[in-house]
Design a protein around this ligand. Sequence first.
Ligand code: ZN
Length: 101
Amino acid sequence: MIHYTCDLCGARLDGEDQRFVVKIEVYASADEQSPSFPDDPDQLDYEIEQLTESLADADADEVEDATYRGFRFDLCRRCHNRYLSDPLFRAAKKRMGFSEN
Ligand SMILES: [Zn+2]
């Protein structure tokens, strides 16, 4: 049997404890993923060549990190309630004295 622990507080989540799953996806918005293509075919060839070169030089993990990141966490009921009340840690950030900019 698989045993889960809460990724925030470390509490062990056994069969009768309810486990909550948080999935977070971070990716560039669709607007930024659709580049505008130049009308001039030579310019388009040039841009494709540049893009191909830059992708060939880039580390595959870096490219993926820059375009998409997915996270999955298991939470206990208590941490789930806390997480839902402040999913972007805004209140926690304020409490720690970070400025809002
Ligand atoms: Zn917890």
